[in-house]
Design a protein around this ligand. Structure first.
Ligand SMILES: C[S@@+](CC[C@H](N)C(=O)[O-])C[C@H]1O[C@@H](n2cnc3c(N)ncnc32)[C@H](O)[C@@H]1O
Length: 333
């Protein structure tokens, strides 16, 4: 069986929401940038749908070994770069489309040695790129208030102070080294989990991962870089996995398509600036039922997709205008 005929269950990472993306942008052609290559599911789908070539970026050096198995099937149509997507402007200035499928791949989540899992034990790492301070470095050194702020602002964890206090108390005895070590301390300081509720460490692990990988700043910078790197008529498609990152993408596209959005659901939408993008979907697109059944990880995914209109990029927007939660510290390299 050739690699192109692999069934979904054989894939190391099942691409999320790729069918609606391809349907909305068809016919696909020209030069694309995939800022989150992962297992290459988006890159392959774009090429199969008619893209001439794809420049693919990932900050995780491990993804490139996996790609060696199949990349020759696409001759010279894929160029891989180990980089952050905030640097995407280095790779071109008139792309026909840019896709970002944010967050972690299944390979990263499922491999305990990467330190993202609160279910399987591994080193407390969480670095997508493998360099810079690890989650253990942060947890073992930051002041209590900074840990609490990370958990609250990056994970919307309501028990942030209680968890930060439990962490500080425990680390005074011995430092944290493993993921289960941390998730047990979190679990033990919170009320017993209700049946069906998510694991008590879910929000804290999300928050730490965001801090370690500087994910909000990456996204904020990538939005402006993508706007500059798209030709007029080019497509920007972004898939997010939690409400904080969806809010940033939504507000950016609202501003750029002539609406500032509403600060709460009862106030009217405000006209903001000239149109630089046209949203192809006003409401985020979520995974259809068959995709949810096949891939439970698609349940929190949201797709926003827009077409670049004017040749001039819009004015700068402050992080606060896009709802980017920013903390004092910069926690990664
Ligand atoms: C959800 S996976 C993408 C999966 C991919 N679309 C596929 O179908 O196989 C996200 C990938 O983006 C990478 N990534 C996350 N943030 C990044 C950033 N700021 N710059 C570059 N790559 C990033 C991660 O390392 C991971 O491999």
């Amino acid at each position: 069986m050739s690699d192109m005929q692999l069934s979904v269950s054989d894939l190391p990472h099942i691409p999320v929401l790729i069918e609606p993306i391809i349907n909305l942008i068809s016919p696909v052609s020209g030069s694309w940038l995939d800022g989150t290559f992962g297992a290459g599911g988006y890159t392959r789908a774009l090429l199969e749908a008619g893209a001439d070539n794809v420049i693919a970026i990932d900050r995780d050096p491990h993804v490139f070994d996996l790609a060696k198995k199949w990349i020759s099937n696409y001759a010279n149509k894929i160029q891989l770069h180990n980089d952050k997507f905030s640097n995407l402007g280095k790779y071109g200035s008139s792309f026909d489309g840019i896709v970002l499928d944010l967050g972690l791949s299944s390979m990263q989540i499922d491999e305990p040695n990467r330190g993202f899992s609160f279910i399987k034990d591994g080193p407390l790492d969480m670095r997508m790129s493998g360099s810079g301070p690890s989650a253990a470095d942060l947890i073992n050194t930051l002041p209590e208030i900074e840990i609490a702020n990370i958990l609250y602002f990056f994970g919307e964890e309501r028990s942030s102070r209680r968890i930060a206090n439990a962490i500080i108390t425990r680390r005074a005895e011995r430092p944290f080294v493993s993921t289960l070590d941390l998730s047990n301390v979190i679990e033990n300081c919170l009320p017993r989990k209700k049946p069906g509720a998510s694991h008590p460490a879910t929000r804290s692990f999300q928050a730490l991962r965001i801090a370690i990988n500087n994910e909000f700043t990456e996204l904020y910078e990538a939005l402006f870089a993508a706007e500059k790197a798209l030709r007029s008529g080019g497509i920007l498609a972004i898939v997010t996995f939690h409400s904080l990152e969806d809010r940033i993408v939504k507000r950016f596209l609202q501003f750029r398509s002539g609406f500032a959005g509403n600060s709460n659901r009862y106030s009217p939408e405000l006209k903001s600036e000239e149109k630089h993008f046209e949203m192809l979907n006003r409401k985020a697109i979520v995974a259809p039922d068959p995709e949810l059944l096949e891939n439970p990880r698609s349940r929190s995914a949201k797709l926003r997709i827009a077409k670049r209109l004017s040749s001039q990029p819009g004015p700068n927007l402050l992080p606060s205008q896009l709802g980017v939660p920013l903390l004092e510290g910069k926690y990664n390299a």
